[in-house]
Ligand binder design. Structure first.
Ligand SMILES: NC(=O)c1ccc[n+]([C@@H]2O[C@H](COP(=O)([O-])OP(=O)(O)OC[C@H]3O[C@@H](n4cnc5c(N)ncnc54)[C@H](O)[C@@H]3O)[C@@H](O)[C@H]2O)c1
Length: 315
């Protein structure tokens, strides 16, 4: 049985904690947050308000870091140096130098580290990558990715709205789509960014150029109660592959229209791929790497460095 602790019981921990609790071969034994009230709804775990105390008192195999971004690398290194495997929310850091620092600590202590770049485990994005890799519909010609929402006033201590602590829209939101691009298509040759930044808004549109195709991506925090929206649309030689309004659809040149992924009611779509929870998928993947002593190669440090370097240029 894997013993697990999680630090940072805020927004995203609400996706991680149930995933750990639903696993039969892992036990979430402890939580840590400087705000004790955040942990009250999880009475089954031991609670700590001091991370060092957790490390001193708990014998754990895995630490799951759901802290604000600027704390990720230091907390990860501390746990890795204690011989604990670490799964860490995105982004690993706002500084590319931290990638080597963290991976070095993992290597020196003989443990694994992985950043939870969740789109790599998201069924719709996995199908898209497979269609591209297998050239199912010929060459990719263009694509667009969308990630929109409202200004994150809810974060603890307003950390998300502080550029030094969160990196704002590039590092907090757009990173998802850029990380997927680098993972699926490699490093773009060129990026052309237009960005509108004001006191309570941050919106950007970027065109990434690759050999033979280009990708556009828009991401924003609007100063309005705009609902959170994600989507993509990719144009291949012989089909358009879209994920819009929560449904993935493939529009083939020959007129066929179909959905590769089923709905939550058990309709498994035309190729039998069940809908699944990407957060649970990434957590399962990392736990399996720990159990089987397999490198978590689905998220590579060189790709993380490339993404940080590209994000730093988005002004
Ligand atoms: N993968 C995704 O889809 C996704 C979505 C949202 C957030 N995130 C990432 O998850 C991370 C956390 O974001 P969030 O929205 O949950 O933030 P949040 O502000 O809701 O939660 C952060 C929590 O950390 C706690 N905390 C702060 N300092 C601490 C310390 N020193 N020790 C212990 N606890 C401390 C706070 O009390 C708070 O409860 C960020 O890096 C963010 O980028 C990822």
């Amino acid at each position: 049985m894997l013993k697990v602790a999680l630090v940072g019981v805020g927004g995203i921990s609400g996706a991680h904690i149930p995933a750990w609790n639903n696993m039969e071969d892992a036990e979430l034994v402890a939580l840590c947050d400087i705000r004790p009230q955040q942990m009250e709804r999880y009475p089954e775990q031991r609670h700590y308000t001091d991370f060092d105390e957790l490390l001193e008192n708990e014998q754990i195999d895995i630490l799951d870091i759901c802290l604000p971004t600027y704390l990720h690398a230091d907390f990860a290194v501390k746990a890795l140096n204690k011989g604990i495997h670490v799964l860490c929310e995105k982004p690993i850091s706002l500084n590319a130098e931290d990638v080597q620092r963290v991976y070095r600590a993992a290597a020196e202590n003989g443990v694994w580290f992985m950043v939870a770049q969740v789109l790599r485990f998201w069924p719709e994005y996995e199908v898209l990558k497979a269609l591209y890799d297998q050239k199912t519909y010929g060459a990719l010609l263009s694509g667009s990715m969308t990630r929109l929402g409202c200004y994150p006033k809810w974060s603890w201590d307003g950390w998300m709205m502080d550029e030094k602590r969160s990196g704002l829209v590039p590092f907090d939101l757009h990173i998802h789509d850029l990380d997927f691009m680098v993972y699926a298509f490699g490093k773009p040759n060129r990026a052309d960014c237009h960005r509108s930044r004001r006191q309570e808004q941050d919106a950007l549109n970027v065109v990434y150029e690759y050999d033979g195709f280009y990708l556009t991506s828009e991401a924003s925090w609007y100063a309005a109660p705009y609902p959170f929206r994600v989507a993509f649309r990719f144009q291949f030689e012989h089909a358009v592959v879209a994920w819009e309004n929560g449904e993935m659809t493939i529009y083939e040149q020959n007129g066929r229209i179909w959905h590769p992924i089923g709905d939550a009611q058990g309709d498994t779509g035309n190729i039998g791929l069940p809908q699944s929870d990407a957060y649970a998928n990434e957590i399962r993947y990392f736990a399996d790497c720990v159990k089987e002593n397999k490198v978590p190669a689905k998220v590579k440090p060189a790709e993380l460095e490339t993404v940080i370097e590209l994000l730093k240029e988005l002004r």
